[in-house]
Design a protein around this ligand. Structure first.
Ligand SMILES: Nc1ncnc2c1ncn2[C@@H]1O[C@H](COP(=O)(O)OP(=O)(O)OP(=O)(O)O)[C@@H](O)[C@H]1O
Length: 620
């Protein structure tokens, strides 16, 4: 009997890298902020630079697939970043566009826009209808379009087309398609039809006023357009393509949003899901993770298809020009830089109404993305070896122990809000910074000597490569830097951000210790259990409770204030500051073992830290 059978692959097996665009919002602040000038600006249609707060004379440069400057219109953003991927949806493939960035940077403006300046969503829907019309005229296939619209609010999936509905589950079918049973799918036959459903549903989205944005999105909103095309003649092939248009909630620094109560809870959920998104990206980039943590948040579970999955994806990172948002912008750019390394494998989803032998799926088809391939293993082995014998020039140039402390201290000086305390801390920190800078200089002189010997380009040549002819960006006066600091004391972050696998290739002594530690901590016994020598006490505990405690500690490490960090066992003032500093430089701790990379956290201290904190959390 004729049967509809899913084909494993419909045709296109090519890989598709996540395209990353960055859009800079115009300055919308008061005149005082405008006087300060922007902290970031575009250099051309792909490159931009941001002031380097660590050095008054330096900027950090980034390159993306597209850079949209302040004056870029909604039409241009759509035409260059979104329109090219829409055609795939009509061929049974998935595509997704998501707006990422800190609160108030223009994500909703980009995705939704306004009546006068419609954004990506209305333009994309209109374009899909246009494409369908043109295809129908070609003949041979019938098309139907359906829409769903949901928000993820406080880790709940809510149907915006059916307000009042309960939290919906997210499931995955055997072909790795992400499904939401119970989600309304409304058939639409024209753009006007879409508008009729979309506008009232948008009003159901949860927004609220915070100090940084009058109408801040408190949820991640996802519009899904499902295009099904069916062949008119036998064998009546049917292809289903999905377009996800996602307006993410913004990452928030609650010291500045002034969030309290319910807003603070929302913010916790937003930050946690964005943190998981960052972990997913790290995991995909490292290529070594056994498991990509998609399931750790609803957002990543839903975007599983779009990140390292089967979609043609575009991420539009929105950033703000004002100094007020400097660190948010910096973090967003670093996230965007690592996201552009992700590769997706789009394929056509097709069914036919004829008896078809089921196609055997290869291991790759099943999406075993995280497993370590032989070449990857070899590369990792080589990297470890390089670090251990110190033969990498970069291993000689960076010194995290000195540099991280320097950065952490400077950051603390810049962000400290309590004025009295600031004066005291600044005097103390200045002294420490001076000592650290001397050490840094000493290391650089050695590094320079080494790289000359190794025939590398000198630091001066490297610096000139980054020079451009445009006038320098205005630098906000900072107590942490001096005007005569002509030589860059640190490498622009770009170098390490774009080569995550080499990020640990730092000073020989430390990296050897960190690597060994990392390997030992993450070593798995053949049966998958953790090394009993390291974690013997853990095996006595209930695994789910243990995992909960670990997650709690990880959350404090990633989102806790200085006070929260000091609330952890064995974390004093100095260590808490070093953790904050590490966070500023590297973003979040992907896993607890990363704590081993923080200055002074030896293997023994780490084990003892974990044991004490977990047992104390469990009241033992
Ligand atoms: N490109 C732009 N041109 C003009 N105005 C803009 C632009 N981008 C953003 N804005 C304005 O900036 C303000 C904040 O933008 P928006 O609400 O889109 O930020 P958001 O990133 O979605 O914030 P949140 O995460 O808090 O929801 C709005 O008033 C918006 O109209």
């Amino acid at each position: 009997m004729a049967q509809r059978v899913a084909l494993a692959e419909g045709g296109n097996k090519k890989t598709s890298r996540v395209r990353v665009a960055v859009r800079l919002r115009p300055c919308v602040g008061n005149s005082h902020e405008k006087d300060e000038g922007p902290c970031v600006r575009g250099l051309d249609s792909q490159n931009l630079e941001i002031v380097n707060w660590r050095n008054a004379t330096e900027t950090v440069k980034y390159q993306f697939d597209v850079f949209h400057a302040e004056q870029t219109t909604q039409q241009e953003v759509f035409r260059s970043s979104v329109k090219p991927i829409l055609q795939h949806v009509l061929n049974g493939q998935n595509a997704s566009v998501f707006a990422y960035g800190p609160t108030g940077a223009g994500k909703t403006h980009t995705m939704l826009g306004s009546q006068e300046q419609p954004g990506v969503i209305p333009r994309a829907v209109r374009e899909v209808f246009n494409l369908v019309k043109a295809k129908e005229e070609e003949g041979g296939w019938d098309y139907s379009i359906g829409m769903s619209y949901l928000e993820i609010y406080n880790e709940k999936v809510l149907d915006l087309l059916s307000p009042g509905s309960q939290d919906l589950p997210i499931r995955e079918d055997k072909d790795k398609n992400i499904l939401i049973p119970g989600l309304t799918l409304t058939t639409i036959s024209s753009f006007a039809d879409f508008d009729k459903h979309f506008i009232p549903a948008s009003l159901n989205r949860t927004t609220a006023s915070t100090k940084l944005n009058q109408r801040s999105s408190r949820s991640h909103a996802v519009l899904l357009l499902k295009v099904v095309r069916t062949q008119r003649d036998l064998p009546h092939r049917q292809q289903t393509g999905k377009l996800y248009l996602v307006d993410l909630a913004g990452s928030e620094d609650n010291r500045r949003t002034g969030n309290q109560g319910i807003r603070l809870k929302e913010s916790g959920a937003i930050n946690l899901s964005l943190f998981t998104l960052s972990k997913v990206v790290d995991s995909l980039n490292s290529g070594t993770a056994v498991r990509v943590p998609y399931r750790d948040s609803k957002l990543t579970r839903l975007l599983q298809d779009s990140l390292g999955g089967s979609a043609h994806s575009v991420m539009i990172t929105n950033i703000s020009p004002e100094y007020e948002y400097y660190f948010d912008t910096f973090n967003a750019l670093n996230f965007a830089a690592k996201s552009k390394l992700i590769v997706n494998k789009p394929f056509t989803r097709e069914t036919v109404a004829a008896p078809v032998l089921s196609v055997k799926r290869t291991r790759e088809d099943h999406g075993v993305r995280g497993s370590v391939t032989e070449p990857q293993k070899k590369r990792l082995k080589e990297e470890r070896k390089t670090e251990q014998d110190g033969s990498s020039p970069s291993a000689q140039i960076h010194s995290p122990s000195v540099m991280e402390r320097l950065l952490a201290l400077e950051k603390l000086m810049m962000s400290c809000q309590d004025k009295d305390k600031q004066l005291k801390d600044v005097a103390q920190s200045r002294k420490e910074i001076q000592v650290l800078k001397e050490k840094q200089k000493e290391l650089e002189t050695k590094a320079l000597l080494f790289s000359r010997l190794a025939g590398e380009k000198s630091a001066a040549t490297k610096e000139s490569v980054f020079k451009n002819n445009t006038a320098p960006l205005q630098r906000k006066p900072s107590t942490a830097t001096t005007a005569n600091k002509q030589k860059a004391v640190v490498q622009p972050l770009k170098v390490s951000q774009l080569q995550p696998l080499q990020q640990l290739a730092v000073v020989k002594k430390q990296s050897v210790c960190v690597k060994k530690k990392e390997r030992k901590l993450s070593d798995q016994a053949p049966d998958g259990k953790e090394n009993i020598m390291e974690h013997g006490w853990e095996s006595q505990l209930d695994t789910s409770v243990l995992e909960q405690s670990r997650q709690k500690i990880l959350q404090v490490l990633n989102t806790g204030s200085l006070k929260d960090l000091k609330g952890l066992q064995q974390i004093g003032d100095k260590k808490a500051k070093l953790i904050l500093g590490w966070r500023e430089i590297h973003g979040h701790f992907t896993k607890l073992e990363d704590l081993g990379k923080v200055e002074g956290m030896t293997e023994k201290r780490y084990s003892s830290f974990m044991k004490t904190n977990i047992l104390s959390a469990m009241g033992k």
